[in-house]
Design a protein around this ligand. Sequence first.
Ligand SMILES: [Zn+2]
Length: 159
Amino acid sequence: MKRPQRRLPVQRVKQAATYDVAEIARLLGNHRNTVRRWLKDGLQPIDDARPVLVRGAELKAFLTERQKARRQTCAPDEFFCFRCRAPRRAAAGMVDVCHRTDAIAALTGLCATCGTTIHRTVRRATLPALAKTYDLQTLAPERLNGCSVPSLNGDLKGR
Ligand SMILES: [Zn+2]
């Protein structure tokens, strides 16, 4: 089922509660894989123990920042890092590029400040300018399956 980007019902999250991945998915009406992706993107669990538990206050802060980030304009060579909760440059100028469509490319790098994986979806027309700042590594076609990078600018991926 394809639907337009919707706002998450962040108000359902209780600050004082703790949630596991399945509970977060149920609460917000998301797939559990989406929640797992947030954990990779900087949503902080309480500790490293299994099952992963997240404090309501942390979840709320993460989602609020994420929705803000959609509207936030990073500089052309910046990515929004969800762990730093700020626009950051990619570490060592290295960025992986995955060509999603003729017009759109997904970029993946590591935050220069904290090392978290950072993503950005850009128009391919901007890549020559980015190549001046970053050493762009185009992913080989056989790796494209591992290239399901989340989009911050709305869901551009035809699912
Ligand atoms: Zn960071």
